[in-house]
Design a protein around this ligand. Structure first.
Ligand code: ADP
Ligand code: MG
Length: 359
């Protein structure tokens, strides 16, 4: 239904320099697919959705929608907006119109429906999202979750082929997220083609046919929910889905300020709720720098914590070697190291070798 080829979007900064937000986006979206777009903020997810329905026209590339090039001169924007609905984080309802009028406005104006026809359909759509009872209310009378359900009904009233959602639950009180997600889940089961930018990982995982992981202006990795969440190929994808936090030090000499390292590790452990692991991290750091790593400068010391797997690890990484630094250690030291952690993993990396202590 949608084919995107080499899509780019750039903005000109106030100082005249060029800021490339979308660098080279390529994808194919089939009818009935439900695609969740995940990724760190500022990587162009919203820009991508806004480029797709030409709210923010792309700089270059090609978008085919139902086989037609929508970037061609003269392609009717009204038709595009009708066929490709959009639901925003901030609802964007018309505050001065009743709920019913919010839903009937576009079908009467753009589809030429009579008021009666538009109202009948609007009521059916409002019923679908559980908001029929509020048809006479004003937006200000509704909760955020209710407003977002009305926004979805308004989009459905145009009989779109696809709906783009930009973080539809991000502005909601946590108690209201569920009601919006369940409406979306319902649409998904009915076969609506949906593109959803979301931070709701569980929802993305359960509802999507495919996941796009966007990073640095490209679709960095694309796959089934199982592939992306269980077996991501790229380390950036893995870090994102497992919500891995890192603290990294390039230790270049014995004079490196290890007290500062330990202080920062303490703050890191408190921040991610693993304060109990701070002592082991410090003792491992002391022992490793005094023994195994003493002849290995420079090396990289890294503390990581995954909120998803709840694994905290302390890594010692040495470049340009394929031998574990632990090979040179005497057995008493290795025994001592073992008592300070759950597990020691020795593994080659693309750039060298890593000794990982699981805390
Ligand atoms: P995401 O939705 O992934 O968080 P966005 O698509 O909103 O990211 O933004 C990506 C980058 O593009 C950000 O750095 C943002 O500041 C920039 N950006 C977005 N819209 C504009 C604009 N109209 N003018 C200039 N920069 C913009
Ligand atoms: Mg965004």
């Amino acid at each position: 239904m949608i084919t995107v080829k080499h899509l780019t979007k750039q903005f000109i900064n106030p100082d005249g320099s060029v800021f490339k937000v979308l660098k080279d986006v390529n994808c194919e979206i089939g009818r009935g697919e439900v695609i969740s777009i995940i990724g760190p903020s500022g990587t162009g997810k919203s820009t991508f959705l806004r480029a797709l329905n030409l709210l923010d026209p792309p700089t270059s590339g090609e978008i085919l929608f139902n086989g037609e090039n929508i970037m061609a001169k003269g392609y009717p924007l009204n038709k595009l907006r009708q066929k490709m609905g959009m639901v925003f984080q901030s609802f964007n309802l018309f505050e001065h119109l009743s709920i019913l009028d919010n839903v009937t406005l576009a079908p009467m104006k753009l589809l030429g429906y009579t008021r009666q026809h538009a109202e009948e359909e609007a009521m059916a759509m409002l019923r679908k999202v559980g908001m029929a009872e509020k048809s006479g209310a004003m937006p200000a009378d509704l909760s955020g979750g209710q407003k977002q359900r009305v926004a979805i009904a308004r989009s459905l009233a145009m009989h779109p082929d696809a709906i783009l959602f930009d973080e539809p639950t991000s502005a909601l009180d946590p108690t209201m997220v569920g009601e919006v997600l369940s409406v979306m889940r319902q649409l998904a089961t009915e076969g609506m083609t949906m593109l959803i930018v979301t931070h709701e990982m569980k929802f993305a995982r359960n509802v999507s046919t495919r996941i796009f992981f966007m990073n640095e202006g490209v679709i960095y990795e694309d796959g089934t929910p199982e592939q992306i969440f269980e077996h991501p190929v790229h380390s950036a994808t893995k870090a994102f889905v497992q919500r891995i936090h890192k603290l990294v030090f390039e230790v270049d000499s014995p004079d490196y300020d290890m007290l500062d390292v330990k202080t920062q590790m303490g703050q890191f452990c408190i921040k991610y709720n693993v304060a109990a692991k701070h002592e082991a991290a410090c003792r491992l750091t002391d022992l490793m720098t005094a023994t195994v790593m003493a002849q290995q400068y420079p090396f990289t010391l890294r503390l990581t914590h995954s909120e998803q797997t709840e694994v905290t690890a302390l890594d010692f990484m040495k470049e340009h070697t394929d031998i574990s630094p632990l090979q040179t250690a005497d057995s008493t030291t290795v025994e001592q190291l073992r008592t300070l952690c759950k597990e020691i993993v020795e593994e080659p990396t693309t750039r060298g070798f890593r000794v990982k202590f699981i805390l």
